[in-house]
Design a protein around this ligand. Structure first.
Ligand code: RB5
Length: 148
C-alpha cells in the first residue's frame, strides 16, 4: 500500500507523529510526505491537492491530510473527484469512515486532536476494511453525484 501524507503549518508536529506511528506499526506501507515542513504559512488547499490527486488517479491507495482543525483541508480534499475524505476526532468515526464510507483520505486537526487520540485514530483507520454490501451501493451513489 502507498499512502501520501501532507499538512499545512497548523499540523506539522502532528504529521511527524502520524509518520512515527505509520513507520512503527505499518512498516509495510510506503509513506510519502508532501510537506509542508516548516512553520511558514501555506495554503491548505494546495496540500490537499498534492495528497489527493495521486490517490484519485490511482498512483496511491490512501491519503492523510492535516491542518489546524482538519476542516479546511477535508473540504478541499472532497472537491477532488474520487476522494472520500473523513474528518475524524475519535476512533468510532474513524472505524465507520472505512467500514461504511470506504474513506480513502483521513483528515485530522493539529490544533484540535492530541497525539494519543490521533495515534488511535490512525491505527483504527489503517486497520479497518470496507464492509461492502449495502454500503457499496451508497458509496457508488456518492461517486455518481460527482458526475452530475
Ligand atoms: C490556518 O491558520 C488554518 O486556517 C488551517 O490550518 C485550518 O484550520 C483550516 O481549516
Amino acid at each position: 500500500m502507498k499512502l501520501i501524507i501532507g499538512s499545512d503549518h497548523g499540523a506539522v508536529d502532528l504529521k511527524e507523529e502520524v509518520k512515527r506511528v505509520l513507520k512503527e506499526e505499518f512498516a509495510e506501507v510506503e509513506v510519502e510526505d508532501v510537506g509542508t515542513f516548516g512553520t511558514e504559512s501555506v495554503d491548505y488547499p494546495d496540500i490537499a491537492e498534492k495528497v489527493c490527486t495521486p490517490v484519485a488517479n490511482g498512483e496511491a491507495d490512501r491519503g492523510i491530510v492535516l491542518c489546524g482543525t482538519g476542516i479546511g483541508i477535508s473540504i478541499a480534499a472532497n472537491k477532488i473527484k474520487g476522494i472520500r475524505a473523513a474528518l475524524c476526532h475519535e476512533t468510532y468515526t474513524a472505524k465507520m469512515s472505512r467500514e461504511h464510507n470506504n474513506a480513502n483520505v483521513l483528515a485530522m486537526g493539529g490544533r484540535t486532536t492530541g497525539f494519543e487520540i490521533a495515534d488511535e485514530i490512525v491505527r483504527t483507520w489503517m486497520k479497518t476494511e470496507f464492509a461492502g454490501g449495502r454500503h457499496e451501493r451508497r458509496v457508488n451513489k456518492i461517486m455518481a453525484l460527482e458526475a452530475k
